[in-house]
Design a protein around this ligand. Structure first.
Ligand code: ZN
Ligand code: ZN
Length: 354
């Protein structure tokens, strides 16, 4: 009989808890990873609220790193005991959508998102990785577990938000929402050469952190209309690139309003509620202002993960500044509750397994 492990699960919509499960087994192309470090994500909160539909006893989590515990016979390039990180998104790299280059849409819309969606996630003592040759990434010795685990979603998603925003060298960029992904989008915009990065939020701790991450101008939306503030900061022109990192109507339409004709709106936010999003007709140039709206789901795979790890190695970014709280695995429910309520100005809670 297989050994047992503890897992943090969504029992049903609105209900979570720790339960015992068998340690997962590896098929020929799979790996089993023993978890060292994990992060709780606001997406986990959305999932438990029912944004993806009903789930029964599914293990939560998609941001983790650990040690290779078991390898399938066909997995190439790794051995048991290797320290590895796994992106939140684990595509197959063979289906039609993957071959078309849309690996996060593996097989079906959002189909690369397998953890805590179509199979058990990573908030357990062990987790299963499909198509492990492409989805395991070795962690360089000079990168800590805590830094590495930020590549799984916050860095990959935030940076893709900036890449999708068609950042103009020396141009202007705005980020609505300075949560962990929005902050990484701002860092990405700087790394890609934006000449002015404007951030929008209302929480003091996030706005202060944004400045340490190189955001040039922070707009406090509790003090007035952020659209007006951004138009003023850009002398009435608007920005070349606007990134939406909240997932609500107000910031989505704010992005469209502040984008210059010919500019790009990059949606990063998870729009977890409502049937429709509305586009402001006039600021969209009644459909003719050549404003492009792009969307994304965290890109995965070891090629991208290696590049993100390199940015940590060469000190282009220190994602660990996002960690505001630390918990042991048996305190994970508290971490999850805090991520739901955003108590104590939590930005990112890290979970340490022993
Ligand atoms: Zn996440
Ligand atoms: Zn695929």
């Amino acid at each position: 009989m297989a050994g047992m492990m503890k897992a943090f699960v969504m029992r049903k919509i609105g209900e979570v808890g720790i339960m015992e499960k068998p340690i997962p087994e590896a098929g020929p192309n799979d790996a089993i990873v023993k978890t060292i470090t994990a992060l709780v994500c606001t997406s986990d909160v959305h999932t438990v609220r029912g944004a993806m539909g009903e789930r029964t006893d599914i293990t939560l989590g998609h941001e983790a790193c650990g040690i290779v515990y078991k390898l399938g016979s066909e997995v190439i390039g790794f051995k048991e005991g290797d320290r590895v990180v796994v992106n939140a998104i684990t595509p197959c790299y063979t289906c039609h959508n993957c071959q078309r280059g849309f690996t996060s849409q593996c097989t079906q819309p959002l189909g690369g998102w397998k953890f805590a969606n179509i199979k058990d996630g990573t908030m357990a003592e062990y987790f299963h990785v499909n198509d492990a040759t492409a989805n395991l990434t070795p962690i360089p010795d000079d990168v800590s577990d805590e830094a590495a685990v930020y590549t799984t979603d916050m860095m990959s998603t935030g940076f893709k938000g900036a890449e999708n925003a068609d950042i103009v060298l020396g141009g202007t960029a705005a980020v609505f929402g300075l949560g962990p992904v929005g902050l990484m989008a701002a860092v990405g915009a700087r790394l890609l050469g934006a000449g002015l990065v404007i951030g929008v939020d209302s929480i003091l701790q996030r706005m202060e952190l944004a400045k340490t991450y190189g955001v040039d101008e922070v707009v406090d939306l509790s003090k007035g209309d952020p659209v007006e503030a951004i138009m003023k900061l850009t002398h009435g022109e608007g920005v070349d690139s606007a990134m939406e990192a909240v997932g609500v109507q107000a910031s989505f339409e704010g992005c469209i309003k502040v984008t210059r004709p010919g500019g790009t709106i990059s949606n990063i936010g998870y729009h977890g509620e409502g049937e429709y999003l509305q586009i402001p007709r006039m600021e969209w140039g009644v459909g003719m202002a050549e404003k492009t709206i792009k969307t994304l789901l965290c890109p995965g795979g070891s090629e991208r993960m290696s590049r993100l790890l390199r940015l940590i190695q060469t000190k282009r970014v220190d994602p660990t500044k996002l960690t505001t709280h630390r918990f042991k695995f048996d305190e994970i429910e508290k971490a999850f509750r805090m991520m739901d309520t955003k108590d104590d100005h939590i930005i990112k809670p890290i979970i340490l397994f022993d």
